[in-house]
Design a protein around this ligand. Structure first.
Ligand code: PLP
Length: 398
């Protein structure tokens, strides 16, 4: 039998799982904004309960709008299935709880997203006696040295969203599989448009959809993508029982966003590269941490596992004077001060604001972050306007 060619990503995100025939031909699918589904008989609901994962009974389990968005995301990431959650942290917790048992050991990175670090190192350590080893994750020997007999999960974030270092995904997943260890990777930064960890051996991919997948700074959501068996288990356990579910309206917004994801990612990349190149040559900048720059120490590795680069990166100002750093940030007009990233608008956030409140200075420095670091989420505005904004802020500091 002739195999149909897989459509291009842009085509897939426009047409896959839209189910127009069942929706009066509506060009944009309606929202199933309902909590429950009714059945015509005892027998019908009884049959539905026999396969509660595939049937719509109650929206804490399955909802058609949420399922359509999940199908699109799974296809895009080359996964068998996906489960959307009410936030990225709900998705990350579900993925970890799915694999971990009491007393297991996890290997992860010093620079993972702060609340993921807290979940592992404080919450799960306290509640489930989970032990965690934190490494830089740049050299393979670090992974080999960190693995123990009870290591169950290697948790990656590639690149890390604090200092943008990469891990060699293929090498790590090869090592993990050989030792019977599961790999979970936070792929929020690159998105499946630029990086597909499931095709490189990862068991599970997680995202904060509040970033590029949502892309418009108007929703909070998360997703877990993996094989059918794992996602089915997560659906009936962590999803239904812990209940951090996805709302139909947010799922509908994500479908809206996915239709333009490839276009947006290309523009984020183009803008970020131009801004990073401008910063790289600036006398008031010590270093730029953007994996898309040829001068980046891991540029060759990046090219092997990513086909593009998103819009989030940081740079370090030469000055260490806190007043000058504050003046620089306060002088920006287009880059608005705010947490999070991945939306249409450009943002600035100096990690020192939160880390210096939450962490002891030694830990902050051990993570490789400097007090002079400035994180930018480069949005979809005109790139020259963004560069002019930065240039004028530089003129305010010595
Ligand atoms: C890399 C990364 N992963 C996960 C999350 C958590 O996602 P959410 O805020 O949607 O729970 C964030 C949020 O900033 C993040 O930056």
């Amino acid at each position: 039998m002739r195999k149909e060619p897989e459509p291009g990503l842009e085509t897939l995100l426009t047409h896959c799982s839209e189910n127009r025939a069942a929706n009066y031909g509506a060009a944009v699918a309606p929202i199933f904004q309902n909590s429950l589904f009714t059945f015509e008989s005892w027998e019908a609901i009884d049959r539905a309960f026999d396969d509660r994962v595939s049937n719509c009974i109650y929206s804490r389990g399955r909802n058609p709008t949420v399922s359509s968005a999940e199908a699109k995301i799974a296809r895009m990431a080359s996964g068998e299935d996906a489960k959307l959650f009410g936030s990225g942290m709900a998705a990350i917790s579900a993925a970890l709880l799915h694999y971990l048992e009491y007393g297991d050991h996890v290997v992860t990175l010093k620079n993972i997203y702060g609340p993921t670090n807290t979940l592992l190192n404080q919450y799960l350590r306290r509640k489930m006696n989970i032990d965690v080893t934190f490494i830089d994750g740049v050299e393979m020997a670090e992974f080999e040295d960190a693995i123990r007999s009870n290591t169950r999960v290697i948790y990656l974030e590639c690149p890390t969203s604090a200092i943008f270092t990469l891990q060699d995904i293929r090498a790590v997943t090869r090592l993990a599989r050989a030792r019977g260890i599961h790999t979970i990777i936070d792929n929020s930064w690159a998105t499946p448009v630029f990086q597909k960890p499931l095709t490189m051996g990862a068991d599970m991919e997680v995202h904060s959809c509040s970033k590029y997948l949502g892309g418009h700074s108007d929703l909070i959501a998360g997703v877990v993508i993996g094989n059918k068996q794992d996602i089915t288990a997560i659906s009936v356990n962590e999803y239904e029982i812990l209940g951090g579910v996805m709302s139909p309206f947010e799922a509908w917004l994500i479908m809206r966003s996915l239709r333009t994801l490839p276009l947006r990612m290309l523009k984020h990349q183009e803008n970020a590269l131009q801004v990073a190149q401008f910063l790289q040559g600036h006398p008031k900048v010590r270093q730029v941490r953007y994996p898309g720059l040829e001068a980046s120490p891991q540029y060759e590795l990046g090219k092997k596992q990513m086909c593009g680069y998103s819009g989030l990166f940081s740079f370090e100002l030469v000055t260490a004077d806190l007043e000058a750093i504050k003046k620089f940030v306060n002088s920006l007009n287009l880059f608005q001060i705010g947490v999070s990233w991945g939306g249409h608008e450009s943002l600035v956030y100096p990690p020192a604001i939160s880390y210096s409140k939450e962490l002891p200075v030694e830990q902050f420095k051990a993570m490789g972050i400097s007090f002079s670091d400035i994180r930018l989420s480069v949005g979809l505005e005109n790139s020259q306007d963004l560069i002019d904004d930065l240039q004028s802020a530089f003129e305010h500091i010595n």
